[in-house]
Design a protein around this ligand. Structure first.
Ligand SMILES: [Zn+2]
Length: 232
């Protein structure tokens, strides 16, 4: 039985009862709220509490979600999961902001995102973009902040692969990176962004605050790297 990924249904659950179904290079659970690093968002940290506290040192996605832990948990153990919520919530805000930045950059500047990384207090985005100057980054920040302060709901739904991929601008990553499934989880941010996505987001753009682009780097002719933090 595959682990139920409870964070995909509700990213705000901070603790959850679960059961250890297997131990294979780490703990396998019947359900989990621990996010395994992917799409630039780091793994959650936290604790699995059973007969004792097992500290989660990493979460890895193989064919199953594997929780690397300290201590010696056992198969069949009933446990309670606690994620480090402060870190996760900060990443949910940054992750949601990246969607809005990517949507604005694509719509208004035809700039495509080639990579991103979320840190604890800031995030990095790489763009395929020949022309970049402080005027453009100022203009992106202004447009992104206008969209964020419009209090747009962030929702998710399941859609047929062909239906979502045929929508304009819905594909923000290489299609090969998407799960090989006919039905995909799709995340929609008001009227600004829609894309297949397995990450965690806030419920409304008002929770993000506003972005502050504080550094731009040239990483080659067509590659620009941008760093931003959040305010509010
Ligand atoms: Zn996302």
């Amino acid at each position: 039985m595959k682990t139920q990924l409870v964070y995909l249904e509700d990213s705000y659950i901070k603790e959850l009862d679960a059961k250890i179904t297997d131990i294979r290079e780490g703990v396998i659970l019947d359900r989990t709220i621990f996010y395994a690093a992917s799409g630039g968002q780091p793994s959650d940290s936290g604790i699995i509490r059973g007969k004792s506290d097992y500290t989660v040192t990493d979460v890895v996605k193989f064919d199953e979600i594997v929780h690397k832990v300290t201590g010696e948990p056992e198969i069949g153990e009933e446990v309670t999961l606690f994620i480090d919520w402060q870190k996760r919530y900060s990443r949910m805000r940054l992750h949601t902001a990246i969607h809005v930045v990517s949507a604005v950059a694509m719509k208004e500047f035809k700039a495509r995102i080639t990579g991103n990384q979320i840190y604890d207090q800031n995030a990095r985005i790489d763009f395929n973009f020949a022309e970049w100057n402080s005027e453009i980054s100022g203009s992106i920040a202004k447009r992104v902040n206008e969209e964020l302060t419009r209090n747009q709901p962030v929702t998710h739904q399941l859609m047929k692969r062909d239906d979502i991929l045929s929508m304009e601008n819905s594909l923000k990553v290489d299609e090969k990176l998407l799960p090989d499934l006919d039905i995909l989880r799709v995340v929609k941010i008001g009227d600004i962004d829609i894309q297949p996505d397995g990450g965690t987001h806030v419920r409304n753009t008002s929770e993000v605050g506003t972005i502050n682009i504080y550094k731009i780097e040239n990483k080659g002719k067509n590659n620009k790297r941008m760093y931003f933090s959040l305010q509010g």
